[in-house]
Design a protein around this ligand. Sequence first.
Ligand SMILES: NC(=O)c1ccc[n+]([C@@H]2O[C@H](COP(=O)([O-])OP(=O)(O)OC[C@H]3O[C@@H](n4cnc5c(N)ncnc54)[C@H](OP(=O)(O)O)[C@@H]3O)[C@@H](O)[C@H]2O)c1
Length: 342
Amino acid sequence: MNPSVNNLKVGIVGATGAVGQELIRLLHERKFPLQELVLLASARSVGKKVSWEGKTWIIDEAKPEAFDDLDLAIFSASGSISSKLAPEAVNRGCIVVDNSSAFRMDPKVPLVVPEINAHVLRNEKPGIVANPNCSTAVALMGLFPLHQAFGLKRFFVSTYQAVSGTGAAAIRELEAQTRALMAGEDYAPEVYPYQIAFNLLPHVDSFLDDGYTREEMKMLNEGRKILEHPSLEVSCTCVRVPVLRAHSMSINAEFDSPVSVSIAREAIEGFSGSELKDDPSNLVYPMPIDYSEKVSCGIGRIRKDTALNNGLALWVVGDQLWKGAALNAVQISEVLLEYGHL
Ligand SMILES: NC(=O)c1ccc[n+]([C@@H]2O[C@H](COP(=O)([O-])OP(=O)(O)OC[C@H]3O[C@@H](n4cnc5c(N)ncnc54)[C@H](OP(=O)(O)O)[C@@H]3O)[C@@H](O)[C@H]2O)c1
């Protein structure tokens, strides 16, 4: 971080949401050089108070003029709001870090996981920088070090995605539905099409004509872009599970070179942002409760795949509200500072 910079005006669009709340916390905890923090949301929230550690802000409406004096705006509302307002912010001289899917596959927009491809931000000052899909970001924190060691050819992944990935309303639904069902009462689902408590849904995001969901295709398309690996093959099934926070995934990956479990473990240990949690004989493996509100993603259950050539099976867990969204966005902002773009 550039130590001489200490006067940045930063806005959060979607500040009342699940990701927005984490952004407020992480910008402060990581000592991002804030002169002013402007919290924006929909017209419904105007005038609401948001507090963190004794500081209080009043929510303003996210509209074009709100970006007039800002240096940086982190968007975490929705794709349609980013499509409408991010270009307005850029036209007003603001750099945008966007958590939505609106610009991720735009060839002119960098899509960044700093530990993997911060270099794409080095030379040119960007207008918009996209933050990847949450499960893609977490999966790559396990796969990238193995790609460096053995050359990733293709992978198969099934996700176990926490309800906070859907947003604040889904967290409330799981909590309230669990309480209601335990009390023997009914609780009609509102956020999800079916009951999520004591259940799971093999369905994240909307279905496409070929039977995959949009979320599943993000793993392929965003994975190729971030790894700069256009021939990467991915087959993904995304599942919503009744976990509050942190996504987990079971990955079976095939590599170009022969694999070794010990080299794979060393690769994970040497990669910043991930930690090896892999000692099955002592029942040590990553779990969502241990990786909530944690900077590192956990990688475990590493073993030779029994069905693939040069294959490894692994289990990856990461806080999708952090590494899949708020933390990654703040880390991108730190890189923008380091490279002198802010
Ligand atoms: N949750 C995750 O783990 C995760 C991970 C990666 C990416 N993302 C992406 O991050 C974004 C936010 O997700 P979330 O989980 O934080 O959702 P959320 O909890 O539902 O929050 C949505 C936020 O958007 C705001 N908003 C809604 N309509 C708006 C409008 N017309 N103008 C301005 N703001 C508006 C809401 O403000 P009000 O309170 O005023 O309605 C709220 O602050 C989404 O694009 C999502 O895909 C989320």
